[in-house]
Design a protein around this ligand. Structure first.
Ligand code: GRF
Length: 219
């Protein structure tokens, strides 16, 4: 069974969604451990309730390299196959990224490359876009810039505020992340520059458009 490490700093709803998929046997993987840089993260408590192994590696007040060496040691010690950032509020240096080539995923609540960085839902609303969504991407040395695996589109409604838009995007995140993890673990994809190619048909992965809760396939 492939081993996942989930790194989080906050609420942990994506962790829960991934754990549920695994429990429902829709994602053939094991959450080997959940790591947080914040000891009081709500997501850690959720992980414990799910019976998962948790590790706190505090980042505050530590030199980045020392923190990352510790993190790398723990991850290598557990021989994880894939590292999934899920609300992990800490920029990882090239030193860390290069230790796990093409083995780190992140989920971001916007249609990248739009609204990378902080507060993407608020910025989507302020900018007047009609559609936003979420993206699962490989982590490279930039912030939210790595090759895109999957995206889900969510319409921005006239009546939306930051909370309602975030909520609808989050519902899509919970489906999308497990799908992307599954693709990587099954070794179904390869990278061609920044493009993610499906090995089976040598074409880009079909995207999924979610509109008003309905799933539409895009070519
Ligand atoms: C999600 O919106 C995710 O896209 C972003 O951080 C948030 C984490 O939420 N990177 P949760 O902790 O998984 O509930």
């Amino acid at each position: 069974m492939k081993r996942l490490a989930i790194l989080l700093s906050g609420r942990g709803s994506n962790l829960e969604a991934i754990a549920n998929r695994i429990q429902e046997k829709r994602l053939p993987a094991k959450i080997e451990l959940v790591i947080s840089n914040i000891a009081s993260a709500v997501g850690l408590e959720k992980a414990r309730q799910l019976g998962l192994q948790t590790v706190v590696i505090t980042s505050a007040g530590r030199v980045r390299e020392e923190f990352e060496r510790h993190l790398i040691d723990v991850l290598k010690g557990h021989q994880v196959d894939l590292i999934c950032l899920a609300g992990f509020m800490r920029i990882l240096s090239p030193f860390f990224i290069r230790s796990f080539p093409q083995r780190i995923l992140n989920i971001h609540p916007s249609l990248l490359p739009a609204f990378s960085g902080l507060n993407p839902q608020r910025r989507a609303l302020e900018s007047g876009v009609r559609f936003s969504g979420c993206t699962v991407h490989f982590v490279d040395e930039g912030t939210d810039t790595g090759p895109i695996l999957l995206q889900a589109v969510v319409p921005v409604l006239e009546t939306d505020d930051e909370e309602t838009l975030s909520y609808r995007i989050l519902a899509e995140e919970h489906k999308l992340y497990s799908e992307a993890i599954s693709m990587v673990l099954r070794n179904e994809i390869r990278l061609e520059g920044r493009r993610v190619i499906q090995k089976e048909n040598e074409s880009r992965i079909n995207s999924t458009l979610y509109s008003d809760g309905k799933e539409l396939s895009l070519p």
